[in-house]
Write a protein that binds this ligand. Structure first.
Ligand code: ZN
Length: 562
């Protein structure tokens, strides 16, 4: 007896040492072998192979261990030594706009206004007269003229089509005269609340609209595509985005600002088997009352389409000087930016959502907006004693040590966009000056404070490649490797941490860390196979890593494996 027990003990120890964790007596649906598996579990442990059954991970261990569970019906994927990581998460994107913009005029890289007009002219040629022309990505900061283009300039190439051109930051819009007339905007039209119709010295609208003035053209467009596109077009746009996401290795995406069109379309796509990735969505704050009335809480939905919470935008963007700062802009000393809502409005939203079990994500870029929101979070926490509200702030670009401390105290999640560092480095110094610039995108400081940070690309603001979020957080350079040494390199995070931000932290941000975000037994079989190991290559080369295979719930949704 003693001997037998001794043997048992020994074999148990052996299993423990080898690291295999499995359920007994099963044959796998899929086995991934010969892999360099970075599990992103608590110890960042490695493995050689992964076993999958019924859409879940049931074993993680050595080739030998996983092969012992291979049956005659098991599909074996030989990773040939390539790296396997948990499926990537994008914690902040706008799938509808990704889809619509993909069919519009791309203006992200135009160097000057003539080039911009040339591209619109090309689109005009292939578009039936009178049909809407949509463009996206222009940015006066990156164009030679360094000023907003005007409607009269657009009219020279598009005299007969309505034209709607959205700025790179999606807070500024340019329309031509046809669209302006269609919408009845004249020199006498007053600015709508929270928006500006830019006028020239003669009082004529120049075609540029700021912030809420978009409501004059297409109210709710950024949420639902309303006013410009049909439901079927929007559904097709969402499918386009989901397919692209799978190609980029994303297994979970967050639609950060959804409306009724998206909710319906996502459900239909799922039912039709046309949704390759998991979608969490945040509904615009105007939907909050409906949710409460129905008793719907965060987490409602399926494993594929799920309500994560509600979203509110409280300030604007840096490049348009509308992010709300505590002190004036360095290059615009009479302005501290714009709060789009009053503290009372924000408080009512946060309190109502929180006490009804709906988690919030609040768009706040500037330290002024962040400070206001944190104060409201604290009051709400004290008032309702909610255990784990997982308050979240999107962007948090201009930060501060005192604000970081508050994030830590309240466990507020920072939903950050490391890819923004790539372009932001060029204007943040001019906008906020040397002192505040040190706390722009301060990922290292937040990491050291133990703050949960998840990464998003804000696509279509940036391309949705999650690997660029790892790269940018780790090296703080743009895609061309500029600047050498990185922009404020003291705020770089280790690659390992940047990887967590696009995997397990993404899962944590939507309250799903128990079912995804790492390669561990019991979790969804959401994973990707990469060309290289991000933890082994030179950090500068991370951006060149490509996705070979994407798996969601055990299904291969994208593959370039030979
Ligand atoms: Zn956004």
């Amino acid at each position: 007896m003693k001997d037998k027990e001794g043997v048992k003990k020994k074999s148990a120890r052996k299993v423990e040492k080898s690291g295999v964790k499995r359920e007994k007596g099963i044959f796998l649906d899929t086995a991934i072998i010969n892999a360099n598996v970075i599990t992103v579990d608590e110890n960042m442990s490695r493995a050689e192979a992964v076993g999958i059954l019924n859409g879940r991970i049931v074993a993680v261990g050595s080739n030998e261990e996983i092969e012992s569970m291979v049956g005659s019906n098991t599909k074996v994927i030989d990773a040939k030594g390539k790296t396997v990581v948990p499926g990537f998460h994008d914690s902040h994107m706008h799938p509808l706009l990704v889809g619509h913009f993909a069919r519009g005029v791309q203006l992200t890289d135009v160097k000057d206004i003539p080039e911009m007009l040339e591209r619109i002219k090309e689109k005009v040629k292939e578009t039936p007269k009178g049909e809407m022309i949509l463009g996206f990505g222009w940015n006066q900061e990156r164009m030679a003229e360094k000023r907003y283009p005007t409607r009269w300039e657009v009219d020279t190439v598009a005299p007969d089509h309505p034209v709607f051109l959205i700025h790179w930051n999606a807070h500024i819009y340019l329309i031509n005269t046809v669209l302006m007339k269609q919408k009845g905007i004249t020199r006498d039209t007053p600015d709508p609340p929270g928006g500006t119709i830019v006028k020239n010295e003669k009082g004529e609208p120049t075609g540029v609209l700021l912030e809420n003035a978009i409501d004059l053209i297409a109210p709710g467009f950024l949420e639902t595509g309303a006013g410009l596109f049909s439901y079927e077009q929007s559904k097709a746009a969402l499918k386009y985005c989901a397919d692209k996401a799978a190609e980029w290795g994303l297994t979970s995406i967050v639609d950060i600002l959804a409306g009724d069109a998206q909710v319906k379309a996502y459900q239909e796509l799922e039912a039709e088997g046309n949704l390759p990735v998991r979608v969490n969505f945040y509904l615009g704050f105007q939907y909050l009352d409906y949710l409460i009335k129905l008793g719907i809480k965060s987490g409602f939905g399926s494993s594929k389409v799920r309500l994560a919470g509600a979203k509110m935008i409280v300030d604007g963007s840096l490049s348009s000087h509308t992010a709300a700062l505590r002190e004036p802009y360095t290059d615009m000393p009479d302005s501290k930016g714009v709060m789009r809502l009053t503290p009372e409005e924000i408080r009512a939203f946060v309190e109502n959502a929180t006490k009804n079990g709906i988690r919030v994500d609040i768009h706040a870029l500037g330290d002024g907006a962040i400070e206001t929101v944190l104060k409201i979070f604290r009051e709400t926490m004290n008032k309702y004693k909610v255990k784990d509200p997982r308050f979240k702030i999107s962007h948090c670009i201009i930060h501060g040590p005192d604000l970081i401390e508050q994030f830590r105290e309240m466990n507020v999640i920072a939903n950050v966009q490391p890819v923004f560092v790539m372009k932001g480095q060029h204007w943040i110094p001019r906008l906020v000056g040397p002192q505040r610039e040190k706390y722009a995108h301060p990922y290292r400081s937040m990491m050291e404070a133990g703050i949960h940070m998840c990464s998003g690309t804000d696509a279509p603001i940036e391309t949705m490649n999650p690997i660029m979020n790892i790269y940018a957080a780790a090296v703080r350079k743009d895609a061309q490797g500029i600047p050498e040494g990185g922009w404020h390199p003291e705020q770089c995070v280790p690659v390992e941490h940047a990887l967590k931000m696009v995997t397990i932290e993404g899962a944590y941000a939507t309250g799903e860390e128990h079912v995804k975000g790492s390669i561990e037994v019991g979790k969804y079989a959401d994973l990707v196979i990469l060309t290289d190991d991000p933890l082994a290559v030179e950090p500068d080369k991370i951006k060149d890593i490509r996705v070979l295979l994407t798996m969601v719930g055990g299904e291969v949704v994208h593959s370039k494996m030979e």
